[in-house]
Write a protein that binds this ligand. Structure first.
Ligand SMILES: CC(C)(COP(=O)(O)OP(=O)(O)OC[C@H]1O[C@@H](n2cnc3c(N)ncnc32)[C@H](O)[C@@H]1OP(=O)(O)O)[C@@H](O)C(=O)NCCC(=O)NCCSC(=O)C(=O)O
Length: 395
């Protein structure tokens, strides 16, 4: 039995930036042989973007390209196209997120790829998919957030629309489950399904769980209101820093126990708060009451108190908290990876945990680190031929 779920599966990875690389990195975590194909010279543009060390692959690149091999190949040269055809024949899956029309301009539209290797699964990420009036538009993550409904519903009611911090992954993850062509805006829309629910509810009356009084035609920005069936919000904690908050979901069954923990047994029979319906009428008061208690403790202390009585809650973890978090470390979600140029770097582990497929995270490859290895071992080229291809600027 293979040690890893995707051992023996070869991925021809023609992805760049964030959306595609995050998908193929997960395939690498699961044991696939991911061969990342990059243009000679610069490679994936992110290698040189947002650099924190001169002339060294950026964290932007290293954190999205672990567990891959890198080959360089000039797809605009005739020999490059020939080599591409050969690599394609040895691949099980092809993943690409080029701009619309790029592969066709290179001479490899989907039909040609399919004819060269009919058994290959083809996964294509575009901003707006392969059909529909906007199919030829380029896109980055914030554009998908703008056009998939996320921005208009994120933020405070009296502030501008906001992007969330879920870059790249949200755009790409939804595409990684099979062959096909789909779009980033589709993915975002899929994740704002509850807002589309609320839009239709709004046509029958105001939405009581939203922290606003007056509604227009579209779903408003909901601040920190919970999108689920129970109200919830982020409450301030000690010592009052920008992320000293804890998110609390007010399930009906927690109310009495919460009042006891807060030392407010006197309110248990108070009819203003006694039922979920009564509390929904005065959420501001409910939140202010509980916040007067959370402000006495740190967000981690509140987490302890609330979990002791089974209240669903989550302290707002900032990036410093995340790197130190004992749970994330125990689950290998924060890992340190050796790197030939950087010494090592910290990255985020695999969100997929399969019981019989351990994840060993290896460094992102240097540009073209495996070109000779792949050409010689996978495709049978001789060392002299590889040298000649290098001199000719093909690889
Ligand atoms: C992200 C992009 C806007 C980036 O645009 P560009 O930088 O202009 O890249 P393109 O993919 O359009 O490719 C530009 C050119 O590079 C050429 N090219 C690419 N690879 C090669 C190789 N190996 N050899 C030779 N030439 C190459 C390609 O033929 C194009 O040439 P010409 O044919 O001569 O033009 C676009 O790729 C795109 O819309 N992708 C799909 C959606 C997507 O995944 N977006 C990122 C999502 S999230 C994210 O990551 C984020 O927000 O950040």
């Amino acid at each position: 039995m293979a040690d890893k779920a995707l051992e023996g599966v070869r991925i021809l990875d023609m992805t760049h930036v964030q959306s595609g690389p995050s998908c193929t990195q997960i395939l690498g975590f699961l044991g696939a042989d991911v061969i990342k194909l990059e243009p000679p010279g610069r490679g994936d543009i992110t290698r040189g973007q947002l650099r924190d060390m001169p002339d060294v692959d950026s964290l932007y690149f290293t954190m999205l390209n672990c567990n891959k091999r890198s080959i360089t190949l000039n797809l605009k040269s005739e020999q490059g196209k020939t080599i591409f055809t050969e690599v394609l024949k040895t691949s099980d899956v092809v993943v690409e997120n080029f701009g619309p029309g790029v592969l066709a301009r290179l001479g490899f539209p989907w039909e040609t790829i399919q004819a060269i290797n009919p058994r290959a699964i083809y996964a294509s990420i575009k901003g707006f998919g392969s059909y529909g009036p906007k199919k030829d538009f380029k896109a980055y993550e914030p554009i998908a957030q703008a056009m998939g409904g996320s921005m208009s519903t994120t933020g405070l009611a009296d502030g501008p629309p906001l992007c969330t911090g879920l870059a790249g992954r949200r755009f790409g993850l939804r595409h990684s489950h099979g062959g096909g062509h789909s779009g980033g805006a589709d993915s975002v829309l899929n994740l704002v399904r509850v807002k589309m629910r609320d839009h239709q509810r709004l046509q029958r009356g105001p939405l009581p769980e939203y922290p606003i009084e007056h509604f227009d035609d579209a779903v408003p920005r909901s601040g920190n209101a919970s999108g689920g069936g129970h109200p919830g919000t982020a409450l301030r904690c000690k010592p009052g820093g920008p992320n000293d908050y804890i998110y609390v979901v007010f399930q009906p069954q927690i109310w009495d126990a919460l009042l006891r923990t807060m030392g407010r047994e006197d309110l248990i029979d108070d009819e203003r708060f006694a039922t979920p319906a009564a509390r929904l009428q005065r959420l501001d008061e409910v939140y202010a009451l509980v916040e007067s208690w959370t402000l006495k403790y740190t967000k981690f202390e509140v987490m302890e108190h609330l979990n002791a009585i089974n209240v669903p809650c989550g302290p707002v973890l900032d990036s410093a908290d995340l790197f130190e978090d004992d749970h994330l470390r125990a689950r290998d979600m924060i890992v340190e990876v050796p790197h030939p140029q950087r010494g090592s770097f910290k990255t985020v582990g695999s969100p997929l945990k399969l019981s019989d497929s351990a994840v060993d995270i290896t460094s992102s490859p240097l540009l073209g680190e495996h070109t000779a290895e792949v050409l010689e071992q996978v495709m049978g080229y001789g060392t002299d031929e590889v040298d000649k291809l290098r001199q000719d600027g093909v690889i």
